[in-house]
Design a protein around this ligand. Structure first.
Ligand code: AMP
Length: 424
């Protein structure tokens, strides 16, 4: 069978690798893919945003299943586009992907489903949003652009001035149409976790939870990024808390989507805050997380491709996801200046002879004449695995030491707190 992965980052590299290892021995394609996938997939020079070109390629090349990494093609309706020609995509319909495409949709859905989440108000006019900021005492609070803004549309505002600036930025067009409506919500305190399930809209196959690191610098300081690292499993999360996330957040949300006629198939990702009152949903995403996927898939013993096919065929009951007892830690190597302006085209060296138990996923690289260069903000994802987080982390950082490109920036504290909590 032929399987195509859409996307070009570290998450897609990890997906290609996991799918290629299937018992079904798929022939792998990646559009547009990246140089790290070269040995395991044929890369196809079509951007993830060109849905009709992807569909034409899938039809002409007999692609049996397309797996979508990033959210934009799903929010843009790749499932509907492909189904016009009876081509299969693993992922939610455009209507179901609104769970990520619109924060207002997601919050209202949660309210109707009784899902625990931060209290919120929706505004579609700047004046009324600003009036609200003057009328409330509930600082800090969180201002969110309604639409997808590549993770940059959320501001946790400590005081009114900061909130005002965020509101003006949204309505002033900083995020384009995504900022025409906004959500202002209560700021939740606690520990954050990422929870993933594969679902056919009814049955769920839970993954292990993972922890990601959004801030650019050590100690969770600096601007928010697409993600600077991750680890799994999470030692601090009690099994009862995880069960509550599945029963009180994931299941009612899926049920509500079915009720409104938008049943969900694919991976549902819940960003959760574990508060003293229990877990509350921060947001939903309609695809795998990046870089969480890079610490989950190397530990997965089940056949990912078979599970995706089973979800499409509503054949999930009685299945579960099996995991190795290995732990995994991912350190993201970024370009100097990321997430603000950065240069690309900087040569990368030191990827040969990396220690055993280390996986390097390409996130923003380019190959020219047999040499590797940076081509994005997040450049490489270095994943260490091992019997303990301590060892997995040591392996990841030992490999990082070997890799070099000018201006290479990474956090040095990924999974540090997990070592203190780990029961060695
Ligand atoms: P979102 O895209 O909604 O997940 O927001 C991005 C990040 O902003 C989250 O990962 C949280 O760290 C933070 N955040 C979002 N909503 C809240 C909230 N209500 N309270 C505290 N932090 C939040």
């Amino acid at each position: 069978m032929r399987v195509m992965v859409v996307g070009s980052g570290g998450r897609e590299h990890a997906l290609v690798e996991a799918l290629a290892a299937s018992r079904l021995e798929p022939e792998m394609y990646a559009a547009p893919g990246n140089p790290g996938m070269a040995g395991i997939a044929k890369t196809v020079d079509i951007p993830a945003s060109d849905l009709t070109a992807l569909r034409d390629f899938a039809r002409e090349n007999g692609i049996d299943l397309t797996v979508v990494g990033p959210e934009d093609p799903l929010i843009g309706g790749i499932v509907e586009c492909f189904s016009e020609e009876d081509l299969a995509v693993f992922g939610p319909s455009r209507a179901a992907a609104r769970i990520e495409g619109s924060k207002v949709f997601a919050k209202e859905l949660m309210r109707h489903a009784g899902v625990p989440t931060a209290d919120f108000e929706v505004f579609d006019r700047e004046e009324s949003a600003l009036a609200y900021l003057y009328s409330t005492e509930r600082y800090p609070l969180v201002v969110k652009a309604d639409g997808a803004a590549a993770g940059k549309g959320v501001t946790v505002a400590r005081a009114r001035e900061e909130a005002e600036e965020a509101v003006r930025a949204c309505f002033g067009g900083k995020f384009g149409p995504a900022g025409r409506r906004i959500v202002i919500e209560e700021c939740l305190e606690g520990r954050e976790a990422s929870v993933f399930v594969i679902t056919d809209g009814e049955e769920i196959l839970p993954f292990l939870p993972a922890q990601d690191y959004k801030a650019a610098y050590d100690g969770n300081r600096g601007p928010n990024t697409g993600g600077m690292g991750a680890y799994s499993p999470i030692f601090w999360m009690e099994p009862a808390t995880y069960a509550a996330i599945l029963e009180e957040i994931i299941r009612p949300t899926l049920h509500q989507l079915s009720l409104i006629g938008s049943p969900y198939t694919g991976v549902l990702y819940a960003g959760v805050m574990v508060t003293p009152e229990g877990p509350k949903a921060l947001e939903f995403n309609c695809r795998f997380g990046d870089p969480e996927t890079q610490v989950l898939l190397p530990r997965m013993e089940s056949d990912l491709l078979e599970l995706m096919i089973a979800a499409r065929e509503h054949d999930l009951s009685g299945r579960e996801v099996e995991w190795s007892s290995e732990k995994a830690v991912c350190v993201v190597l970024a370009s100097e200046g990321y997430p603000e302006d950065y240069d690309t085209g900087v040569e990368i060296t030191g990827l040969e002879n990396l220690p055993a138990g280390v996986y390097v996923y390409h996130a923003g690289t380019e190959e020219r004449d047999g040499r590797l260069y940076t081509a994005g903000g997040r450049v490489l994802n270095v994943v260490g695995t091992g019997p303990t987080i301590l060892e997995a982390r040591a392996r990841a950082y030992a490999a990082v030491e070997q890799i070099h490109f000018e201006g290479m920036h990474y956090r040095t504290d990924i999974a540090l707190e997990a070592i203190e909590l780990e029961d060695l």
